[in-house]
Design a protein around this ligand. Structure first.
Ligand code: ADQ
Length: 389
């Protein structure tokens, strides 16, 4: 293999439990976003646009759809003779087989994969973020600082801070303190889970960490603190722009809603930074004379007879007459009957919503956004029947 300056490793194997029914049989990076995309389109397009042509994708949980979706990477212009996209599920080795025990273990178990490209730097990415980022600029910064590790960071609201790895830096952005998801946040400067490492340093510390009895094989909990303990040079790279970790139902809904404002903070219609995706090859959408549509994204193959307000409709959706959909995200191939009301909900792929059903989050639902999968739909239908009886 030819030498590469940078190899990207995209962590895409987490279970995504907090997305509940959406990830029952689907890896989180394969979850749909924004009417035409899947989450993984964002880091893959960012790689392609940043000139990074060698990407290993670490998969584990429910990988079937993800593997066939990625294919040979042609949708992101990443099908290369020299480099390209490699899907890397856990595999059996001489010393036995095991699942990836954590994010660091997933990389450790693929040291040989990286080694064949003899890179100077390794870029670690996550499969659950929505953002546009030029990794080339981050690489320039990492080289200027001569950092062993550069972590991309963003300021987050204090009330959300304990969901993240938090850090403190000197004036020159050198990191002197890092804590993974502390219950009492001391900072609001959050790690975006995007790391650039000098390859020789990363390799050495992954091997050292794997030999420790007490490790949890995690970048945030183990590798970053280990580097700091050993006085390696770690720098924060302040990212400016839209970035959202869509690991929860609420954040996934919010990020979809963000696309609907006229002055959206996240413009996907950007010729300078295209987000590539696989085209579902559907006919054009049809909006019937009885339909009322306002502030919406409506994708191919959808047929709307009812009213749709401030919502994201993926491909192949039907909205029946006299039905209304408001502040909601409707995943592909959902059939909505007549006289249906849907408010502040995410409707999972392929559901058939019978005539007359009303779906909206109750006041007791603390997250405030209703996720409707097959199980929830059956529960609501049963409840409707009981309340009528
Ligand atoms: P989290 O997002 O909570 O925090 P984690 O659940 O480890 O971190 O997921 C990171 C990525 O790794 C996800 O894309 C996930 O799918 C993948 N992943 C998890 N376990 C895996 C495994 N065993 N094999 C392969 N892939 C796996 C991280 C950092 C925080 C930071 C936030 C920012 O730890 O410090 O603030 O990201 O979102």
């Amino acid at each position: 293999m030819a030498k590469k300056e940078v190899v990207a490793m995209l962590l895409a194997g987490g279970q995504g439990k907090r997305l509940k029914g959406l990830t029952k049989s689907l890896a989180k990076p394969a979850v749909y976003f924004g009417g035409t995309y899947r989450i993984i389109d964002f880091p893959l397009s960012n790689c392609s646009n940043s000139g990074i042509d060698t990407v290993g994708v670490l998969t584990q949980y429910e990988p079937l759809v993800l593997h066939s979706y990625i294919g040979i990477g042609s949708d992101w212009d990443l099908d290369r003779k020299n480099g390209g996209v490699y899907v890397l599920p856990p595999h059996e080795r001489e010393d036995g087989s095991n699942w990836y025990r954590g994010t660091a273990d997933a990389i450790y178990r693929n040291l040989n994969f990286i080694e064949q490209f003899d890179p100077e730097h390794v870029l670690i990415l996550s499969g659950d973020h929505i953002y546009k980022m030029d990794y080339e600029k981050m690489l320039q910064y990492h080289k200027e600082k001569d950092a062993d590790c550069t972590i991309s960071v963003i300021d987050v609201p204090l009330e959300e801070a304990s969901r993240f790895g938090l850090l403190n830096t000197h004036d020159d952005y050198r990191i002197y303190e890092f804590e993974e998801k502390p219950p009492e946040p001391k900072s609001t400067l959050a790690s975006m889970g995007i790391y650039l490492f000098k390859w020789d340093v990363l390799k050495r510390f992954l091997i050292q960490d794997a030999q420790q009895a007490s490790t949890s094989y995690d970048f945030g909990k183990d590798i970053i603190p280990l580097l700091l303990e050993n006085e390696k040079s770690l720098y924060a790279y302040p990212f400016e722009g839209y970035w959202k970790d869509v690991g929860t139902i609420r954040s996934l809904w919010e990020s979809n809603m963000d696309l609907l404002d006229e002055d959206t903070p996240f413009n996907l219609n950007d010729p300078d930074w295209r987000i590539y995706t696989r085209n579902p090859n559907q006919p054009a959408q049809y909006i019937s004379p009885s339909a009322k549509v306002r502030s919406c994204i409506i994708s191919e193959g959808s047929v709307v007879h009812g009213e749709v307000n401030h919502s994201v409709l993926f491909y192949g959706i039907e909205v029946g007459e006299n039905s209304s959909v408001t502040d909601s995200v409707i995943m592909p191939k959902v059939k909505i009957g007549q006289n249906v009301r849907i408010h502040k909900a995410i409707i999972a792929e392929g559901l058939v919503i019978p005539d007359g059903v009303h779906l909206s989050s109750g006041p007791e639902d603390e997250s405030d956004i209703l996720l409707v999968d097959q199980e929830e739909l059956e529960r609501q239908l049963l409840e409707g029947m009981t309340s009528k009886a």
